[in-house]
Design a protein around this ligand. Sequence first.
Ligand SMILES: NC(=O)C1=CN([C@@H]2O[C@H](COP(=O)(O)OP(=O)(O)OC[C@H]3O[C@@H](n4cnc5c(N)ncnc54)[C@H](O)[C@@H]3O)[C@@H](O)[C@H]2O)[C@@H](O)CC1
Length: 285
Amino acid sequence: MMALRGKTRAAMRCFFLTQQQLRLPLPLTPSSAADISSISAPSSHRFFSFTCSSLFRHSPLFAPSNQAFSRPISFRELHSSPPSIRSFAARGLQTMPNSDSVTYLTQREAAEVDEILMGPLGFSVDQLMELAGLSVATAIAEVYKPSEYNRVLAICGPGNNGGDGLVAARHLFHFGYKPFICYPKRTPKPLYSGLVTQLESLSVPFLSVEDLPADLSKEFDIVVDAMFGFSFHGNYSIYCSLLISIVVILRKRTPAVVSVDIPSGWHVEEGDVNGGGMKPDMLVG
Ligand SMILES: NC(=O)C1=CN([C@@H]2O[C@H](COP(=O)(O)OP(=O)(O)OC[C@H]3O[C@@H](n4cnc5c(N)ncnc54)[C@H](O)[C@@H]3O)[C@@H](O)[C@H]2O)[C@@H](O)CC1
């Protein structure tokens, strides 16, 4: 298990929905719900999960109750549990057996939630991505104040995880940070080119891999790892390995690393099985 550097992180909200609360036909069973409340971890070793809680305000199906659930997730807990996973906003916690428990979804279950959101509920990818990116930016702003951690490098991959990073960078700009983007493999779809245009209109610099300084710590205070999310499979391309090694090697003295949804390089359900994945300070999922 890796140790987290830096100051004690402020607690972030961790939301989740039980199957009953979602009222969705998800194949969740009691055994698939990991109760991690018994795992202890130093309060300074915290890992955060944050979700698009605003998503749930848009739908009566997902309407949150007034019993918001707040709990940080430690790194140890994350390593001991399926990391795939996104936790969702809790509605009626009175139905929970234990408000300290966290329910995880498998990769397939998470995909099914997405299918429902984008099917019967009519959400578009753009909407979900905007909410995801805004949540990432909000979580970063809650933990790393722009007065102290101002320069943010967002490393964005070719898929929606990269899109989350692009959206987050735009919001971070408006929150007073100075974002930089490394987006080596662009996807020629209107959604992504629109996100790029929006950042360019704010004069947010785009850096190539070759442009990245040898020592990231001199130029950046935060690295946002938005390379790969839940669709990562197989091994890294050499290109991505390079990026990851830069960040991992410099990890000892680098900027804070914030991963979006899944730390890049981790097996979605089994974790950092090869030990070569990102070692983030904070996860926003
Ligand atoms: N409903 C959704 O699907 C939403 C997804 N969101 C984000 O999108 C992520 C999932 O997005 P995607 O399904 O586009 O997938 P990812 O962004 O995880 O990655 C997919 C891309 O990575 C490439 N890739 C996969 N494995 C690779 C490897 N070993 N080497 C090189 N390239 C590889 C694929 O060819 C594809 O282009 C989530 O984790 C989340 O962060 C958010 O935008 C919100 C909405």
